[in-house]
Design a protein around this ligand. Sequence first.
Ligand code: TTP
Ligand code: MG
Ligand code: MG
Length: 435
Amino acid sequence: MESYSYVQKEQIRLRHLTNTPHPRPPLPEIGGARGENIPELCPATPAQTAMLPVIFHVDMDAFFVSVEELFDPTLKGKAVVVGGDADQRGVVSAASYEARKFGVHSAMPLITAKRLCPHAIFLPGRRSEYVQYSGQIQQLLCDYAPIVEMVSIDEAYLDFTGSERLHGNLFQLAHRLRAHIQEKTGLSASIGISKTKLVSKVASDLAKPRGILRVLPGHEASFLAPLRIGKFSNNGTTTERRLNDLGIVSVRDLVLAGKEFLCEVLGHWGESLYRKSIGLDTAHFFFHEEPKSISHEHTFDQDTCDLEIVHSTLSHLVQKVAHRLRDHKMVAGRITLKLRDFGFQTITRTVSLEEPTQLDCDIQQRLMALLKRHWNGRRRIRLIGVALSSLGYGPLQQDLFEKARRDKMAKLYQAADQVRDKFGFASVLSARTIK
Ligand code: TTP
Ligand code: MG
Ligand code: MG
């Protein structure tokens, strides 16, 4: 978080602990006009607070690197880069806090990381362990909060609205939760607490590492004000550059520019950006149930032992399940093939993967092997089915566990998913499926 110094961070922590309001820094001039005050929402009374949403954002500290440290404690405190060898093409998945001091960050080419931090230890990473730890953390979070929304491999929003009486003081609750995660997994987390998702996310980021930060209701706008707008529009995007060119650099500048001006410059997006900047984030919880398994099956019009038909049907089913898997941003650790023959005899055969996947080609390959082993090609098949299970959240796409080819495949599949979302599933079919 660029805009806060260490001292400011401590002041914020104390201020929130002691419940004193955020003093307003002097306001800048924008476009020659004197800035007005940031519209501060009225701090809530204790009675109102009890009714307000309580949202925790929990994010693991240097997640991949911390898991690596569990396997090799000598890495602690050192500059560590996860993603592959320094001389490999590809990007950094994760960097330790020590490596970050040298400017290394996720998604940076490994070669650049090596140049910035030549003494760093470069590790290939252990994908399935990260997924396993992520699953453990998710389970633990679900024991605490009534609503948990995992949003990536190492972070989740927890909705504690209305459960303050049950859990008592929110700080103590956050401490308990963090200690529990540490005790069960050996990993540390940071937690942001506020009444909106966006503010809680910013707060957990600001609290890192091993921090807890609560933004009291009514203080959202002044809490966000000093931040750079990259926090809302992703650093380096065209929107950010355009706003920077207009002299709008911080969230405070956004507020002072005003809704009308932002709408003029950015259209629709201007209003939502303005609302975010004053702490009125309206992102809701997604009440989707994480699936335990994903499956599809097909019953043939006529029982068949035509190899071409069986293979192309299998390929079609693979594309369907993999599409749904990626929709949930998940990876699968087990793949099952189901076969029912003309005599209604049904078999299911499952294979466990060493590395969970979300790629069609991996799933297809395992199923073809299962089919080869468990079908003699002569028994006529009535039904064929595919199921994915042992589902978990996978590393982000930018990670470098997938080599260049796998990266390309992932991009290709995601592009296909997007087209399918727009034009229907049948709009993109792999060559094997088309007969
Ligand atoms: P983050 O939570 O963004 O980062 P982090 O946990 O390493 O560090 P922080 O303490 O700042 O939260 O991402 C979680 C993991 O996801 C990270 O350890 C590695 C992986 N990841 C990628 O593979 N590619 C990426 O581009 C990013 C941002 C993360
Ligand atoms: Mg993290
Ligand atoms: Mg994260």
